[in-house]
Design a protein around this ligand. Structure first.
Ligand SMILES: NC(=O)c1ccc[n+]([C@@H]2O[C@H](COP(=O)([O-])OP(=O)(O)OC[C@H]3O[C@@H](n4cnc5c(N)ncnc54)[C@H](OP(=O)(O)O)[C@@H]3O)[C@@H](O)[C@H]2O)c1
Length: 344
């Protein structure tokens, strides 16, 4: 099978995906009979390129990494903005990795809507469309006979959603809890090891982990969006991030974090979704966990999630030290599953 692919977003994840696609080209052909042409790349500030004949990924990477735009690779009338790109780019699959607005899910939710309406499959690493419009987008995909996949939205490329959807069959997931935000876990780990909050945040920013404004992470918004994705996709809930009872880590005193360690416990920013009768309640809050709890052992940028079900008492998935390539890997798996028609 041959597919045409467009990338929206060519930042850390989009570029890692481009590199991974190049690295896995032979494996895709040999093991999945899958070949692809990248017909378009869209960015915010570096322009867009559409070339039905195929964009040379290595050239696109070199241009962007040298600080240049992508316009020299474009063929045809200029692209006005991203919705115009989605309409015009001749691609059967959109790979979306733009910024997350945790308060609205936009503009990525609109991009997913437009792409599905235009008859394209959508793979996204962006939590926004799933946290704000999961049911609507699934229905749109179904009506158009297309796939809408988003494995990388929670725990990067670790197959947490695939596990829930493909392996945890005929079971009642009554609780999901975990550590889902790398920045806060890294910051808590650094504070335990002697840093101040400011030093730890600065280090996270230098590593490219935290954004210039780290509030979305520190105040628990990113974690809230992720637990909403898990609750909506795996527990049948219909929550929005604002429904989550949310407390971040900014109210924690450095002394309290270190005192917890001295008494054999660790503070973790715990995300939790619990079934209560017909509803699902979600919360994000700092919790002191005993060292005997496996989640207390999750250090630095790693993350973990535990499922409690009526058939498997506790099932924990741990992802060690994720990076943009890990996220890109989740998108690659989604791309393979779409071509295997796993969405039908
Ligand atoms: N980094 C990770 O490991 C990771 C893990 C899991 C999920 N994610 C999710 O993946 C997404 C991307 O993360 P990232 O680290 O790659 O971010 P990033 O480095 O900031 O890249 C974002 C890309 O999106 C482009 N973009 C922004 N708004 C756009 C628009 N309206 N139209 C077209 N392109 C637009 C940006 O354009 P410019 O190049 O012009 O700035 C940039 O290329 C986010 O939603 C994030 O939450 C990331």
């Amino acid at each position: 099978m041959h597919i045409t692919v467009a990338l929206i977003g060519f930042g850390n994840v989009g570029r890692a995906l481009a590199r991974l696609l190049m690295r896995k080209t032979d494996v895709l052909r040999q093991d999945y009979n899958l070949t692809f042409t990248v017909t378009g790349i869209a960015t915010n500030s570096r322009g867009c390129a559409i070339d039905p004949g195929g964009i040379h990924l290595e050239t696109a990477l070199k241009l962007v990494e040298a600080g240049d735009g992508l316009r020299s690779l474009h063929r045809g009338d200029p692209v006005i903005e991203t919705l115009d790109f989605i309409e015009r780019c001749p691609a059967s699959l959109i790979l979306e990795s733009t910024w997350l607005n945790p308060h609205t899910g936009q503009p990525a939710a609109d991009y997913a809507r437009a792409a599905l309406r235009a008859g394209r499959h959508v793979v996204t690493a962006n939590k926004g469309p799933v946290a704000f419009a999961y049911r609507e987008l699934c229905e749109l995909a179904r009506q158009n006979g297309r796939g809408f996949f988003f494995e990388s939205t929670v725990m990067d490329g670790a197959p947490v959603l695939g596990l829930g959807r493909e392996a945890l069959l005929a079971t009642d997931i009554h609780r999901i809890h975990g550590i889902l935000n790398s920045t806060t876990n890294f910051v808590l780990t650094q504070i335990e090891e002697g840093s101040s909050l400011e030093q730890a945040v600065q280090q996270a920013q230098q590593m490219g982990l935290a954004e210039a404004d780290p509030a979305n992470d520190l105040e628990g918004w990113d974690a809230a969006v992720k637990i909403v994705v898990l609750a909506n996709v795996l527990m049948g809930a219909d929550l929005r991030p604002a429904d989550v009872d949310r407390t971040g880590i900014t109210g924690l005193a450095v002394d309290d974090i270190r005192a917890a360690v001295a008494s054999g416990e660790r503070y973790k920013l715990l995300c939790e979704a619990v079934r209560e009768g017909e509803t699902v309640r979600a919360c994000v809050r700092p919790v002191r966990l005993p060292l005997s709890d496996p989640l207390s052992q999750i250090r630095g940028t790693s993350s973990a999630v535990t499922f409690e079900t009526d058939t498997l008492s506790h099932l924990t998935l741990i992802e060690g030290d994720p990076d943009p390539e890990t996220t890109a890997y989740g998108m690659l798996v989604d791309m393979i599953n779409i071509t295997r028609e796993r969405y039908l």
